[in-house]
Write a protein that binds this ligand. Structure first.
Ligand SMILES: NC(=O)c1ccc[n+]([C@@H]2O[C@H](COP(=O)([O-])OP(=O)(O)OC[C@H]3O[C@@H](n4cnc5c(N)ncnc54)[C@H](OP(=O)(O)O)[C@@H]3O)[C@@H](O)[C@H]2O)c1
Length: 404
């Protein structure tokens, strides 16, 4: 076995992120100015394989997504894979001897070894003897980790799968902005697309606070294409607090829709990605009673706070919100959940089209509808003129709700 490097464990902290909750343990080198991080997701099994991601710090790829460097995409794919598995370890390794003149250079162009001894030392310190290694399929053989059994290589999904080639679906997306402009002119409100991904049993999350990537890679690309043809994207504060989503367009070319958050008490936290990422000036729809100091704080972070009346059931009055959004230039609004928001929009009948992705998985988690829809004479809303598209392994249903 190779020599154990001089690493010192330095305490431990916990934090919640868009990729769930993590324990973070820094390891500092006694002699060199570098520090590695072990990021631990979930409870590690007492024996057996642990899912492992190995990553070397790369400012060029992680911050700037520079040139052909794949480090940023690889780090994101590694975090997503560990979040989905709900247990595993990411070793975030510092660079050995980055030339001071080129701190932003991608380490993959260096000939330095990928620190296998130091990585193996940390793993042994954590009591891990055997791993399944997340690896970029484009890379050569993974590093040999002294004293650690690598039982499998798990390919990382780095590229977004191409947008599904269904011409009818693409034509429908292309026609949406013009249809929305017409509806705004005639009705003084945006066109509302209600959309979510559900399992076969109608779940939209595993359990509260535990987001689950329900749809497959191809339909995630479709969801990004759907976002790209909307001016704004609306979620409830419940979804922000549970998932901290970014709601951006990343998998296809296009602009990010403006976020809209329904939040009667201004609970939106300052760390929310909707406030922090992309300077998108989110709209926060709140009540007259919300604390003024929170309004000032959110406005300092770039948000537009709209004080609106509340409806009969206590939430933001939806017709008032839609009228204000139309005034702000929103012609197409995508409503992406969660359960209470979906239920409110259906109850208010302010939905022009419904786009549901059904994935072939059984979850038994958070139900899509929060409570029963009031159905006079048992007439439940149905989708009319539904089109069915197979997108990868999922089924996308697109239709207009009808209450008659
Ligand atoms: N699979 C998917 O496609 C998908 C998409 C999105 C979310 N989700 C899941 O949905 C879950 C969150 O759903 P949720 O029902 O807890 O929260 P939610 O629907 O996102 O937010 C509900 C909250 O929004 C506020 N609100 C203000 N006005 C409202 C109105 N008119 N109608 C409804 N809500 C209004 C209320 O909080 P205040 O009283 O404080 O204002 C309410 O508690 C998460 O587990 C998430 O993972 C899944």
């Amino acid at each position: 076995m190779s020599q154990i490097p001089e690493l010192l464990r330095q305490g431990e902290s916990r934090f919640a992120s868009a990729w769930g909750e993590w324990r973070v343990i820094p390891f500092a080198h006694r002699e060199r100015p570098r520090q590695h991080l072990a990021l631990i997701r979930g409870d590690l099994p007492p024996s057996g394989d642990v899912l492992l991601g190995l990553h070397r710090r790369c400012p060029a790829g992680e911050i700037l997504r520079a040139g052909t460097c794949r480090c940023g995409a690889r780090l994101e794919a590694t975090l997503a894979a560990l979040a989905q598995a709900e247990t595993g370890v990411l070793l975030y390794l510092d660079l050995p001897g980055t030339p001071a003149a080129a701190p932003l250079e991608c380490p993959l162009s260096h000939s330095d070894p990928p620190l296998p001894e130091e990585a193996a030392f940390i793993l042994r310190h954590l009591g891990i003897a055997s791993v399944r290694l997340l690896s970029d399929p484009a890379e050569a053989a993974p590093p040999h980790l002294p004293g650690i059994a690598v039982t499998a290589r798990v390919p990382l999904l780095l590229e977004a799968p191409p947008f599904p080639g269904d011409a009818a679906l693409k034509a429908r997306l292309a026609g949406l902005p013009e249809a929305a402009r017409r509806l705004r002119r005639s009705q003084g409100r945006p066109l509302v697309t209600l959309t979510y991904a559900q399992s076969l049993d109608g779940s939209i999350a595993a359990r509260p606070g535990h987001p689950l990537a329900i749809s497959g890679p191809a339909s995630q690309t479709f969801t990004h294409a759907l976002r790209a043809v909307h001016d704004a994207i609306l979620v409830g504060i419940g979804t922000v607090l549970a998932d901290n989503p970014a709601l951006t367009v990343r998998l296809v070319p296009g602009s990010h829709p403006r976020p809209v958050i329904m939040d009667t008490r201004l609970r939106l936290p300052a760390y929310a990605r909707l406030l922090r990422e992309g300077r998108r000036h989110p709209v926060v729809a709140t009540s007259e009673q919300a604390p003024p100091e929170r309004q000032a704080e959110l406005e300092d972070l770039g948000a537009t706070v709209l004080r609106l009346p509340v409806g009969p059931n206590g939430g933001i009055h939806l017709p008032a919100l839609l009228a204000r959004l139309a005034e702000l230039g929103v012609a197409a609004l995508m409503v992406e959940g969660g359960a209470q928001v979906i239920t409110s929009f259906l109850n208010s009948r302010l939905v022009d089209q419904v786009v549901v992705t059904v994935a072939p998985i059984l979850v038994g988690g958070v139900r899509v509808l929060d409570g029963y829809l009031p159905a006079a004479e048992r007439r439940f809303p149905r989708l009319a003129g539904v089109a069915y598209y197979q997108v990868g392994e999922d089924l996308v249903l697109w239709g207009a709700p009808s209450w008659s």
